[in-house]
Ligand binder design. Structure first.
Ligand code: KG4
Ligand code: ZN
Length: 350
């Protein structure tokens, strides 16, 4: 059972092929990715129209590359999977349109995969895969969720953000500091030169007793701090960017203190979820899972409690096709793939 997976929900075009035969964890046969970061950088964020058009340009050459890596051709593909959401509508339509066209032409089923399920299961492609059940911390640009995961398709939401996602908090703080897009990695880099405790930013809902998050207040706190520092500067407030008058060290201190606030909350709530469920395994997935401070702090706290932490391979933390092909494969193996019927002759699950 070879499944081609296509990811096109935002600013990465990813294509991958897995072998999901039998019951063993699907094996990656080929994988390729094109990041649009350079294209969007000039605009300071993702431009949806440009993203969709670039997915159109990339998706078929990437598919060719993946098949070449695997030494296979299209006729060897048994099902085509694609990200069905959430994401940018136009961008998603490219992946689903191509997947449906391929499925139709090949007479194969088309499997729509939830983007977050892809992230959630992505650690199964690592050298140290988790076992069910586990607690999952999903931290991406659009979502921050804690889940109890008992098996494929057996997910219980334990808590989530009531406003901004953790990735958004990184991105917005980075923007206020005049760092480029994408903000998260840039802020994390700058934070290495700053002090975590120089500014005390809020840790909302830290003691709320539930497993929800809130990050919107952090943006306001960072904005207020940047303004204060800019106004105190002898040359007066900003010229082109609010953060212009700040010294490199001041920016680094703001970055480190903001990162510390976000990470503190993510660690504390993850530990609360572990305590609440009594589980001894934690999976961290989504773009923010690449953050070094988060990995260090979670690692230390979990070691103390005898909890194992699992991550996707670093290059599979952000969006990619491998996680979509994998999730489709695991769903198929779990009997959650769609069979053809009179109502659904093409077995499209979009
Ligand atoms: O999972 P992802 O690639 O896309 C979504 O599904 O949203 O996550 C992207 C998010 C962005 O907010 C980005 O700034 C953040 O992950 N990110 C990071 C790091 N690498 C990516 N945030 C903090 N530290 C990082 N090293
Ligand atoms: Zn994602």
């Amino acid at each position: 059972m070879r499944i081609l997976g296509i990811e096109s929900s935002c600013d990465e075009t990813g294509v991958a092929l897995v072998d999901a035969s039998g019951t063993a964890t699907p094996r990656l046969l080929g994988h390729s990715l094109h990041s649009q970061i350079e294209m969007h950088q000039a605009y300071g964020g993702v431009v949806p129209e440009l993203a969709s058009r670039d997915h159109i340009r990339r998706v078929l050459p990437l598919t060719d590359a993946v098949l070449a890596q695997a030494g296979l051709s299209l006729k060897d593909v048994d099902a085509v999977a694609h990200t069905r959401g959430p994401g940018l509508a136009g961008a998603l339509l490219v992946g689903s349109g191509v997947a449906c066209a391929l499925g139709f032409a090949l007479g194969r089923p088309v499997l729509g995969v939830h983007h977050l399920e892809g992230h959630l299961l992505s650690p199964f492609l690592s050298a140290d895969p988790p076992e069910f059940p586990f607690v999952a911390l999903l931290v991406s640009g659009g979502h921050t969720q804690l889940m109890r995961v008992d098996g494929v398709g057996r997910y219980e939401l334990l808590g989530e953000t009531i406003d901004d996602a953790a990735g958004e908090a990184f991105d917005k703080s980075a923007k206020l500091l005049g760092l480029g897009y994408p903000g998260g990695p840039a802020l994390a880099r700058l934070a290495q030169e700053g002090g975590d405790e120089v500014f005390r930013f809020p840790r909302p809902l830290l003691h709320s007793g539930d497993l929800d998050f809130s990050f919107a207040g952090l943006k306001t706190a960072v904005l207020t701090q940047v303004k204060r520092l800019a106004q105190a500067h002898p040359d007066g407030p900003a010229t082109t960017h609010l953060a212009d008058p700040l010294s490199h060290q001041q920016r680094a201190d703001v970055a480190a203190s903001a990162q510390a606030a976000i990470v503190d909350v993510l660690v504390k709530k993850s530990l609360s979820a572990i305590d609440a469920t009594g589980l001894k395994r934690l999976v961290v997935a989504g773009g923010v899972g690449a953050n070094t401070r988060l990995r260090e702090q979670l690692g230390a706290a979990c070691r103390q409690r005898g909890v194992r932490v699992h991550y996707p391979e670093l290059h599979l933390c952000t969006d990619n096709g491998a996680m979509i092909a994998l999730a489709a494969g695991m769903r198929w193996q779990a009997g959650l793939g769609h069979a053809k019927s009179a109502d659904q002759p093409y077995a499209f699950d979009v």
